[in-house]
Structures are given as structure tokens and as C-alpha cells.
Design a protein around this ligand. Structure first.
Ligand code: PLP
Length: 402
């Protein structure tokens, strides 16, 4: 890996310039660093610098980088059959579906395979319309569900929504954790209530059990579907397979992405018999959805979560990381609160988070994410070990001490 980085080092100014010139520019770049490789929880840039990645590339690389089982599964499948249309059965797709349905609760036993989180949300909106014959959607203030026109209609932040109006009609946003607001918003026109159990992008805000259970019971009473967006919280991130399991919920549909392929681009919707009964040939589709390479990655990811006991490990590592952060940041006047389950942790600051992200990357070589304007968000790979936790905690404490 270091050799590869060294080979690329002389090219790095050119790579950064090419991206600045030719890429859309809609995503803010963090300086001119060019990432070229990864090993476990570490990313390596073209100068050979190693960064402890406490973000897992936006919460996707659950197995870290270069995990042999994931890499081998993708390479073997690429040699055998790297594309296969949805109108043929495929061994890789069938094995992935069995594994996926094997780890979701028994009442969620059908799946549609998509390519990203936003696509999973768009599919869930369509399926909810078909299953209920209604069009209303209730989402939450502070939510993030993606950037396609359908998903951005459910996303709360006006910065993402406004420039693209008019959006999907019939969408309302209730205050998160406000039961009375739910009671007022869910009606006999509501097709679905779409919620995150922990709002990630919105600031790592944890849902209250009463609120989430009330959403479920109002959906049942009024004939709407409960759709849980597990795109960030799924596959061990919160210390359970899925975040809704902390709250004993029985959603009608869950939207998945990120951890489903451990970094390979894919998404999925998993849902009940009631939803399946409303579907028909041609109701939905995707050229790439269910691609054999993605399914090989997804199968390897699920098998590795199981074989390496990574869900339990994420629970323990999350408790340890949180306890160490609380110790190291005790008395720090910049820190307002530390919150979040498992390996999904938000450090809420009394000030803007931007300069700290930069300082952590440039001075400490530790990668972190923002969530909203004041929260430092940690979404490390599930394989993070105790030494890496210590390195991360020391770096965060040093950066926040300045
Ligand atoms: C909760 C949640 N929903 C949806 C999405 C959108 O997923 P994608 O970027 O794969 O479209 C994200 C992405 O960060 C997310 O965190």
C-alpha cells in the first residue's frame, strides 16, 4: 500500500487539479489530499500519509479497507460474471437475498435490491403508494433521506430542498420526538411515516422509544405504513443488526444502503407480505440493482458480520469509545454533549465544528464527519480495535483542547 502511494505521489497535484477542473464541484473537497489506498481502519494518501478513518467513508466501510473476504468475493465474482440482467435468475443474487432475509426479522421477508440509499427511499415511497393507494408521507424535522427528487422531498434541511421545489406533493414534517405532532399529522391520506431511529446527518439525535412506538401504533390504526430509514443505522452501526431493534419496532419496510455492501455501492428495501401483495411485474426496476458483483459483496459483508461477530463487537467497541471520550473530554468547555448508540457517536459542540474537522485531519491525521453545524460525528469501521480507539480519542481531545 505504501509503495502504491509512493508511485502516485508525483501525480497528486495533477489528480487534484483534474478533479477541480472536470468534476461537478457539488461536493466540497477537503483540500488537495488525494486518497489512494486503505488498510483496515486507515486511509492512505498519495504522499504515504496514513489517516485513522473514524468515518468509514461516510459510514459504509464497515469492514474497513482491504478486508480479504470482501476483496476476494468481489474479485472472484468479477472473473466469473460481473453483470447479469434482472430478467435472469442469478446465483449470486439468490445467495445474497437468502443472507439478507436471514438477518432481518421474520416479518420482513421480501426485498428489492437498489444501488444507493436515495434509490431505496424512492422505491419505498413507490411501494407505500401501491400498498396503501394513498400518497401522503409524514417525515421528521431534522431528517436526511437522500438527494434524488423523491428522497430530497422527505429530507428536512431547506438548504437541500428549496432550490428544487416544487417537490413531491403531500409530504409533511413533524418535530422529531413530538408525539402530539405525529397524532396531528398522520391521517387516512398518509401512505407512510418515514423515520430514522437515530437522525445521523441531522446531528446524531436519538429517537425516543415513546415517539417511535407511537408512530407505529398510529400507522396501524390509520392504515399507513411505518418505513424506517436504516441506511446509516443498519448492519451493526448502532450495536444491533438494525437500529429499530433497540425500540422493539416492527416496521412495514426498511430502507438499507451503506453497510449492506460494506462500501460496495448498493441499497435495498426489505418489506412485509402486505407490501409484496401490492407489487406487480413492471411496478419498479433497475438496470444495476441486484448486480452480481454487488450481491457478492453484500453476501461477503453479511457473512463477515456474522462470522467475526461484528455486531456484538460494535456494541462493545461503541460503549468503550463513548466511555473513553467522556473521560477524555470531561470538563472540556467546547463540548456540550456526547450521544449516540454503538459506533454512531455525536460530540455536540458549543461552537461550529468545521475548524475542528480540519484540525483533526491536518494536524492529527484523523478523519471525522460533521452532523449539522456543531456536531462532530464518528462512524468508524466495526473492526476498530482498542489501540485505534485510544489514538482517536487522544487526537479528538487534543484538537478540542485548542
Ligand atoms: C439516513 C440516510 N438516508 C439516506 C441517505 C442517502 O443515501 P445515499 O447517499 O446512498 O443516496 C443517507 C446518506 O447519508 C442517510 O444517512
Amino acid at each position: 500500500m505504501a509503495d502504491y502511494a509512493a508511485q502516485q505521489a508525483t501525480h497528486s497535484p495533477r489528480y487534484a487539479a483534474v478533479e477541480a477542473d472536470l468534476e461537478s464541484g457539488v461536493v466540497a473537497r477537503r483540500g488537495k489530499t488525494v486518497m489512494v489506498a486503505g488498510e483496515g481502519c486507515w486511509m492512505i494518501d498519495s504522499e504515504g500519509n496514513r489517516y485513522l478513518d473514524l468515518t468509514a467513508s461516510q459510514g459504509v466501510a464497515m469492514l474497513g479497507y482491504g478486508h480479504p473476504r470482501l476483496a476476494t468475493a468481489i474479485a472472484d465474482q468479477a472473473r466469473r460474471l460481473h453483470a447479469c440482467p434482472g430478467f435472469f435468475n442469478n446465483d449470486s443474487r439468490a445467495r445474497f437475498l437468502e443472507a439478507l432475509i436471514g438477518v432481518t426479522p421474520a416479518h420482513l421477508r421480501h426485498a428489492f435490491i437498489a444501488n444507493s440509499g436515495a434509490e431505496a427511499i424512492d422505491g419505498a415511497i413507490k411501494f407505500a403508494r401501491l400498498a396503501t393507494g394513498r400518497t401522503g408521507i409524514v417525515a421528521a424535522k431534522g431528517s436526511f433521506h437522500g438527494r434524488t427528487i423523491g428522497a430530497v422531498s422527505l429530507t428536512w434541511n431547506p438548504k437541500y430542498r428549496r432550490p428544487f421545489e416544487p417537490l413531491l406533493p403531500g409530504v409533511s414534517h413533524v418535530k422529531y420526538n413530538d408525539r402530539a405532532a405525529l397524532e396531528a399529522a398522520i391521517s387516512d391520506k398518509t401512505a407512510a411515516v418515514v423515520l430514522e431511529v437515530v437522525q445521523g446527518e441531522g446531528g446524531v439525535h436519538v429517537g425516543e422509544a415513546d415517539f417511535l412506538q407511537e408512530a407505529q401504533s398510529l400507522c396501524r390504526k390509520r392504515g399507513a405504513l411505518l418505513v424506517i430509514d436504516e441506511i446509516q443505522t443498519g448492519f451493526g452501526r448502532t450495536g444491533q443488526w438494525f437500529g429499530f431493534q433497540h425500540f422493539a419496532l416492527q416496521p412495514d419496510m426498511i430502507a438499507l444502503a451503506k453497510g449492506v455492501g460494506a462500501g460496495f455501492p448498493m441499497g435495498a428495501i426489505v418489506y412485509t407480505d402486505r407490501v409484496q401483495e401490492a407489487l406487480y411485474v413492471g411496478a419498479h426496476g433497475s438496470t444495476f440493482g441486484g448486480n452480481p458483483l454487488a450481491c457478492a459483496a453484500g453476501l461477503a459483508a453479511i457473512q463477515t458480520y456474522q462470522n467475526e461477530h461484528l455486531i456484538e463487537r460494535a456494541h462493545r467497541a461503541g460503549q468503550h469509545l463513548r466511555a473513553r471520550l467522556e473521560e477524555a473530554l470531561a470538563g472540556n468547555r467546547v463540548v456540550r454533549e456526547i450521544r449516540g448508540p454503538g459506533l454512531m457517536i455525536g460530540i455536540d459542540l458549543r461552537t461550529k465544528v468545521g475548524p475542528y474537522l480540519k484540525r483533526l485531519m491536518v494536524e492529527q491525521r484523523v478523519l471525522t464527519l460533521p452532523a449539522g453545524s456543531t456536531v462532530l460525528r464518528l462512524l468508524p469501521p466495526l473492526i476498530i480495535d482498542d489501540d485505534e480507539i485510544e489514538t482517536g480519542v487522544a487526537a479528538i481531545a487534543a484538537a478540542l483542547a485548542q
